[in-house]
Design a protein around this ligand. Structure first.
Ligand code: GLP
Length: 244
């Protein structure tokens, strides 16, 4: 779907998520969400907070798994995705802290592989992700699955692309301060979600959106693998959809 502006689009996505949360609550079940960071989903989170405050939308039955985190990264650091999620969503709603999962950027390197396996196990134990929210990086990454990430890649540590580190430079007051690596759910892990909602706003994303939608599936643009998923919704504003 292409919307005239990202505000309208974000409100529609937030409503969709809220409906799913309420539906599961009515069934007495948990709602397992895959969550993303970056500038793309912020308005969705703001709208969910508004629905919590004004319509009593409860997050008591929500279990969340975030896609990725820089590595290494202290949770209380300004640029951590832990801080981001608390600032935009978790601190303002009634989600249970034990239901929140974000890859841990402090795991010692020799334990990372085990940790990533365990992260995937936790997703499976929760019943799998029902709705996965995604942004897209200019390199064609989803999560932090940079070019070279295969369709069956799993949660792991990855070296960040130069372009990604350039794009993150302002958050870190200089590219030299951007971590060189990250933990990320794999493309294969992401494709296991029942439903995927990818958000992209602005002219800076138009070229990569075109490659994602119209290009052949290839690991040089990992987002192209989303074409193989049966239930992907690509939500764009006019500018991001301009080259389609
Ligand atoms: C980061 C995140 C991605 C996100 C991407 C796009 O690299 N790890 O998950 O999709 O940036 O960010 P933005 O939404 O700010 O454009």
């Amino acid at each position: 779907s292409v919307y005239t502006d990202s505000e309208q689009a974000s409100a529609a996505v937030a409503r969709q998520i809220a409906d799913l949360i309420r539906q599961r609550a009515a069934e007495g079940r948990n709602c397992v969400l895959g969550l993303a960071t970056g500038s793309s989903p912020t308005r969705v989170y703001e709208e969910l907070v508004r629905l919590h405050r004004e319509e009593g939308l409860s997050f008591r039955n929500v279990v969340s798994f975030n896609l990725d985190e820089y590595y290494p990264m202290a949770p209380d650091s300004l640029q951590s995705y832990v801080r981001f999620m608390h600032e935009y969503l978790f601190d303002h709603v009634d989600i249970r802290p034990e239901n929140v999962h974000i890859p841990d950027g402090t795991v010692p390197q020799e334990q990372v592989a085990d940790y990533c396996r365990r992260y995937e196990e936790q997703i499976r134990e929760a019943g799998g992700i029902e709705l996965q929210l995604l942004g897209i990086g200019r390199t064609g990454h989803i999560g932090f699955n940079e070019p070279g990430s295969g369709a069956s890649s799993r949660t792991r540590i990855i070296t960040l692309d130069h372009i990604t580190r350039t794009d993150a430079a302002s958050d870190f007051y200089g590219e030299e301060n951007v971590p060189r690596r990250a933990l990320t759910m794999g493309v294969g892990s992401i494709l296991e979600a029942k439903k995927i909602v990818l958000l992209a706003w602005g002219e800076g994303k138009a070229a990569v959106v075109k490659r994602m939608v119209e290009g052949e599936p290839t690991d040089t643009v990992p987002a192209t693998y989303l074409q193989r998923h049966p239930a992907v919704q690509v939500v764009l504003d006019d500018a991001a959809g301009a080259e389609l």
